[in-house]
Design a binder for this molecule. Structure first.
Ligand SMILES: Cc1ncc(COP(=O)(O)O)c(C=O)c1O
Length: 424
């Protein structure tokens, strides 16, 4: 199996000539991933921010099984169904207030494409077809499709390779204010200057709120977001918040933008939406934006994926949100935060460590040099832990249901492995 996999199947961000090693998995339950050789690994990744309740969750299994007996899929053009309607209702109730319209789509990247199209169509509907550019910050990540890539960090997003097919947008410097830093207007000056100069052609600002994820696992002050909201109003551009990684409690609040007391014009969600069971994302917007879109040529929003609002995915998403709301998730995330702060702290001050930071259920050790991914991953697996470091980052975002001993094993493995790296 591994031989075939190596020769024929692409894994994320790998070379077909020199693929990184992969570990065959046979099952996953609770916070444990079971490998084909019988070893069990404690999951420190939640399958890339998604499996917030862990794996093989009875409530979510039941939702999928019941729905599959009724229908696994029907097209969403001309038809609708209870799982989609109930999911939209609950999403509108838990997201910040002016968001009232929901567009279901396949993945996070597509949700970002949809958000970009919504912003563009909104302005076009208002007779402002000249507003087609986006403004974002460096070190961001919004997905791998072309529209989303165009607003990812130009260096880590490898814009050089795709230079002639990516739209050129505006990039402000990344937010330089740490999460707890006292606010200073100079932190947002560059964004403001770009807006002053270019607002007439800018449709929207797009940001990951509070946490820049795959672009560097950086946390920044909610004040930056608050000011970005004010500036977007002042300069008449929309604000898109990409909550795909941060949504559903990861940073300690249901959505990260709540920490700034603001709401966006357009919000993207995905990943933990289905508790990590299957791919589903959504883009939410306000009456104002949807009215603008509907006033434009044809009046229709121009997107409609084949698997839009897939009933299985909607049912499991609904079950996942209900499970989250009925659980003490805030306490759990706060407990994870406290333990990670405490147990990752021995790494602070090591020669090869640049920074140790924790926010909500996210713990990051940033090194000064990039890690050797294959070697470091092996070390974690040999310690019974599943982590996937990248670049200079060794980090964890475990399922919220993780018990304290399992979390301690993850933290201990991070400290030990980084300590070993430090010896070299
Ligand atoms: C903030 C953010 N936006 C968008 C995406 C893309 O989501 P997907 O991988 O589901 O396309 C990701 C994925 O990591 C993300 O972290």
């Amino acid at each position: 199996m591994l031989n075939f996999d190596r020769q024929h199947i692409w894994h994320p961000y790998t070379s077909m000539k020199a693929p990184l090693p992969v570990f065959p998995v046979v099952s996953a339950s609770g916070v444990k991933i079971r490998l084909a050789d019988g070893r069990e690994l404690i999951d420190g990744m939640s399958s890339w921010w998604a499996a917030i309740h862990g794996y093989n969750v009875p409530e979510l299994n039941r939702a999928v099984c019941e729905q599959i007996e009724a229908m696994s899929h029907v097209m969403f053009g001309g038809l609708t169904h209870k799982p989609a309607v109930e999911l939209a209702e609950i999403l509108i109730s838990i997201t910040p207030e002016p968001l009232t319209k929901v567009f279901f789509c396949d993945s996070g990247s597509v949700a970002v494409e949809v958000a970009i199209k919504m912003a563009t169509q909104y302005w076009s509907g208002l007779g402002r077809g000249d507003k087609q550019k986006l403004l974002t910050v460096r070190s961001g990540y919004h997905g791998d499709t072309l529209g989303a890539m165009a607003v990812c960090d130009p260096v880590t997003g490898m814009h050089g390779i795709f230079k002639d097919i990516l739209v050129r947008h505006h990039f402000a410097e990344m937010p330089m204010c740490g999460y707890h830093d006292e606010w200073d207007e100079r932190y947002i000056k560059n964004l403001e200057d770009i807006l002053k100069k270019n607002h007439k052609s800018i449709a929207a600002i797009i940001l990951e709120p509070v946490v820049q994820g795959a672009g560097g696992m950086r946390f920044y002050s909610p004040m930056y977001l608050k000011r970005a909201r004010q500036l977007s109003d002042e300069f008449n551009v929309l604000l898109i918040l990409d909550e795909i990684a941060t949504g559903f409690g990861r940073t300690g609040t249901m959505f990260a933008c709540e920490q700034a007391g603001i709401s966006p014009d357009i919000m993207c969600i995905g990943k933990a939406l289905t508790g990590g069971y299957m791919s589903l994302a959504a883009t939410l917007t306000t009456d104002k934006v949807s009215d603008g879109i509907s006033s434009g040529a044809g009046g229709s929003f121009m997107h409609g994926p084949t698997f839009m609002a897939n009933p299985l995915a909607c049912s499991v998403a609904l079950a996942s949100i209900r499970l989250l709301l009925s659980s003490p998730w805030e306490k759990r995330v706060a407990a994870i935060e406290a333990r990670l702060k405490d147990e990752l702290s021995p790494c602070t001050g090591l020669a090869l460590v640049r920074d140790v930071r924790v926010l909500g259920a996210i713990g990051v050790i940033e090194l000064k040099q990039p890690v050797d991914m294959a070697a470091i991953q092996k070390k974690f697996v040999s310690r019974g832990v599943w982590l996937r470091p990248f670049g200079r980052l060794v980090y964890t975002m475990p399922p919220y249901v993780i018990e304290k001993d399992d979390l301690s094993r993850i933290a201990k493995a991070m400290v030990e492995v980084v300590g070993e790296t430090d010896d070299v």
